[in-house]
Design a binder for this molecule. Structure first.
Ligand SMILES: Nc1ncnc2c1ncn2[C@@H]1O[C@H](COP(=O)(O)OP(=O)(O)O)[C@@H](O)[C@H]1O
Ligand SMILES: O=P(O)(O)OC[C@H](O)CO
Length: 496
């Protein structure tokens, strides 16, 4: 029986294809970065054709590196940057506008207007989300309003909307399937997470015609098969999940109370709450962790927009490092007496603040502050923000009391310095797994177990292995002083 699974991890800054063998070991990885388009302050776009090209290239390259052919692959699992909205022509498959990326703030005023009109309660009750430009609905509305004739064509059923998973499924299946999964659907602001369907009242509120929407499936399901012309043979697509949901699965956070936090471009902490749909009183999101065999497992999520993106800014914006990996050693060399805080609100602040208009700031600079102190402040900001999220989670979900061990993954966790500071600021252990490609692993597991090539959840969870545990070492007084300094910096940065 075929056991190799190909995971497509379509992230914010790059597309990866990763092939795993039947023992969940990585056999080949191919990765391609693509262009980040910043047309205006706070706007972020991707070219869907470039995304598609990078994915297609990565799949071919991974197969070649592994010495495998498409016919040797048991199934594909797709995981993706979430919320990013693409609209395309059903006939030609051509996008009618660039993808509007999750980080994009152009619809902040639309959200503000809807909030002022008193819609947030209803929206939150149905979706578990908040009225913020982060989510897809207002992005769809923006494209329908700005592209000439788009609204009329959408109503006539000529256009399709999808998050990146849907767009990739469409392209991979040669335009035959218009599908998404429950985890991606629940990030659009259009999906009722209790009733498990697109919601008419939400569609009306955001002005989104139902004819645009894909069918919503379980995370492990039949998503069609790839067009044989693409890779030489048809490969079944059997798993789909948004990247943070896939990471929770890859980290085997199957039990209520387990938390993972992923440090990629942004940082996303996800707490499994089991079958209980917990409503946050602390401005966290309620989301679908995953849906298997029609059974929904819920989660509380804290979303931070800028984590690794701050490291990229140090590299590409300020030019104070040449590679991301230099930031840890640079931070280590900083003057410990200086208390410099960077609030990386480059695209506003996410949970628990949700301030779309805030912009980044640095506090505590002295004549002696230099690149080392700024690099340290950038890395530290990620830990402070995680602490804010975890505090909110503990307030929302009392069962999450007791010792919390945080399972971490994503590009930034390569930095030992950052992970130690995280454990220090959380005052809790931080576990880094041996497999850092947890997002891809989660998507692969969905597809692998769906076709009977991979083990069930229990066996898969038992195989989770730790690379290193970071134990807190900071004394309580220092931690408190640092946290007070951070909270003061955030207060001064908020726009209202
Ligand atoms: N050694 C490192 N120290 C700090 N940050 C790092 C390191 N290596 C990578 N990063 C950061 O991690 C991010 C990439 O992580 P990744 O999980 O690939 O992100 P995404 O899926 O959002 O594209 C980049 O923002 C990069 O700056
Ligand atoms: O590309 P990442 O890994 O930063 O993840 C993006 C998130 O899915 C956005 O919600």
């Amino acid at each position: 029986m075929k056991k190799h699974i190909l995971a497509i991890d379509q992230g914010t800054t790059s597309s990866r294809a990763i092939i795993f063998d039947g023992d969940q070991k990585i056999v080949a990885v191919a990765q391609k970065e693509f262009t980040q388009i910043y047309p205006k302050s706070g706007w972020v776009e991707h070219d869907p054709e470039e995304i598609w090209d990078s994915v297609r290239w990565a799949i071919g390259e991974a197969l070649a590196k592994a010495g495998l052919e498409a016919k040797n692959i048991a199934a594909i699992g797709i995981t993706n940057q979430r919320e990013t909205a693409i609209l395309w022509d059903r006939k030609t498959g051509k996008p009618i506008h660039n993808a509007i990326v999750w980080q994009d703030r152009r619809t902040a005023s639309v959200c503000e207007k809807l909030r002022k009109a008193g819609h947030e309660r209803m929206v939150s009750r149905k979706t578990g989300l908040l009225l913020d430009p982060y989510f897809s609905a207002t992005k769809i509305g923006w494209v329908l309003d700005k592209v000439r004739g788009a609204r009329r064509r959408a109503e006539a059923g000529e256009l399709a909307f999808g998050t990146v998973d849907s767009f990739l499924i469409w392209r991979l299946t040669g335009g035959h399937r218009h599908l998404t999964d429950a985890t991606n659907a629940c990030r659009t602001l259009l999906f009722d997470i209790g009733a498990h369907r697109w919601d008419d009242r939400l569609l009306a509120l955001f002005g989104v015609p139902a004819a645009l929407l894909p069918e919503v499936k379980d995370c492990a399901d039949d998503f069609g098969e790839t067009d044989p012309d693409l890779f030489g043979a048809a490969i079944p697509i059997r798993g789909v999940a948004g990247d943070q949901h896939a990471a929770s699965i890859g980290q085997a956070c199957f039990m209520p109370g387990m938390i993972k936090s992923t440090y990629g471009t942004g940082c996303f902490a996800v707490l499994n709450t089991g079958e209980t749909l917990v409503r946050s009183k602390n401005r966290l999101l309620t989301t679908i962790a995953y849906r298997l065999d029609g059974k929904t497992i819920y989660a509380l999520e804290g979303s931070i927009f800028v984590a690794g993106a701050a490291v990229q800014w140090l590299r590409d914006g300020l030019g104070i490092v040449k590679a991301a990996s230099e930031t840890g050693p640079l931070a280590r060399s900083s003057d410990p007496e200086q208390q410099v805080y960077l609030v990386p609100a480059f695209v506003g602040l996410g949970a628990p603040w949700w301030d779309a208009d805030a912009r980044g700031a640095i506090y505590g600079l002295t004549r002696n502050s230099g690149p080392a102190e700024i690099a340290r402040a950038a890395l530290e900001s990620v830990s402070y923000q995680t602490r804010d999220l975890l505090d909110a989670m503990h307030r929302d979900w009392k069962q999450a009391g007791g010792e919390t061990v945080l399972r971490v993954d994503g590009g930034m966790v390569a930095s030992d310095w950052t992970m130690q500071f995280l454990a220090d600021i959380l005052d809790a252990p931080v576990d880094r797994p041996t497999v850092l490609e947890t997002t891809a692993l989660g998507a692969a597991w969905l597809a692998g177990q769906a076709v009977g090539a991979w083990p069930d959840a229990e066996t898969f969870a038992a195989r989770w292995a730790r690379d290193r545990r970071f134990e807190p070492q900071m004394d309580a007084k220092t931690r408190k002083a640092k946290l007070n300094g951070w909270r003061d910096a955030v207060r001064r940065t908020l726009s209202h």
